[in-house]
Design a binder for this molecule. Sequence first.
Ligand SMILES: Cc1ncc(C[n+]2csc(CCOP(=O)(O)OP(=O)(O)O)c2C)c(N)n1
Length: 430
Amino acid sequence: MFEPITKRSKMVVRPDTIGEIVRLAFKYAENEKPGATHIDLPVNIAKMPVPEHEKPLKKKIAPKEYAELDTVQDAAGLIFQAKNPVILAGSGVVRGHAAQALTEFAMKLKIPVINTMMAKGVIPLDNKYSMWTVGIPQKDYQNKILEEADLVIAVGYDIVEYAPAKWNPEGKVQIIHVDMRPAHINKLYQPEVEVVGDISDSLLQIGRRTARHQEPEKALEIKACMVAEHESYAGDTSFPMKPQRILQDVRKVMGKDDIVISDVGAHKMWIARHYQCYEPNTCIISNGFATMGISVPGAIGARLVYPDKKILAICGDGGFMMNCQEFETALRAKTPFVTLIFNDSSYGLIKWKQMDQYHKNCYVDFTNPDFVKFAESMGAIGYRIEKAEDLVPTLEKAFQQKVPVIIDCPVDYSENTKLTAHLEELMKEL
Ligand SMILES: Cc1ncc(C[n+]2csc(CCOP(=O)(O)OP(=O)(O)O)c2C)c(N)n1
């Protein structure tokens, strides 16, 4: 049962094999691409003594592997010849600790960087070449930049993060794959060159062997429009609050290395679009399977690892209701963090999809409990936002509390379908 959903599944049938089974389970789990492994320990075996001389196997750090020189040279050549190269950075950059190398590479070669949702912060949001995040279902500014590209340098990118059909629909774009593992290819992802090895080293080596002096004018123009659009919401006082304004306010309160954990829903699409980061692992987004309910338990985990950082779970009311019982865990484990609920009494993302496709919606609305009273009943603190100006001071107050806090924030999701219409127009204009 566990084999198809784990990287390795083993049953312990003799007590003297436990050491190697456990070590191997961790080795498989931690190796690229990391994932769950499973050990089945039958009750009768668990009762048996492990022989005295059997000790746990030691963990050894795997040596770094470096890319072959000819692949580095081929990549350098393609970059030299390209007119409009674009970097598409995925979560391998985060896992491979290659954010700094990526930023230096982009700056040296003047290549714009688009990151996936799971690679937020691999280039600081205020870096000139950072083109922010791709991944919402609609075509956005980033897709326009990718459409202009004649070469995509996919760094730490995995096709499950953002399907190649979305950025290379005709399979015409040249691709360089830079990662710790060979590419998982498909019809639309067949790299010209695969530079496989330590990502930071690969980027350094490629960067040394090529040069570019041309600024990516078109991408920078598109970025200026994008920044202007984002900034136009800063002073929006409408209520219920627009998602764009909520996330601007969140960015103001969160420090550069504080952590946002996103749940799954329309709010995640807005976070992808409107909350950019300075550092990797400062905005955790559950993508791929995209499981609702991750944000509250995720925030407990983040808080346990980083007791001194501000930890903010952002979720929809639907996702919150799926795992809100974990507030008991949070209180018991003494993990204060803040949960910001985008309250629309609906499965907002599903409503958005229904509206885009059928122009009507059904079976997505529901009634919420009083989230402030819910918080209080659990021994936590609850605040309700009643006007847009209240959000920043409420967040600041919430982060000073010694127990978990829930902020109930009514959101104006009429912005969802407006965004669809706006992006359709924008794609014609740009
Ligand atoms: C566990 C789980 N169940 C169902 C889904 C499918 N799904 C994706 S988004 C969504 C609605 C999310 O609603 P809500 O949490 O209220 O957030 P909003 O979209 O309103 O921001 C659903 C049902 C999912 N991703 N994960």
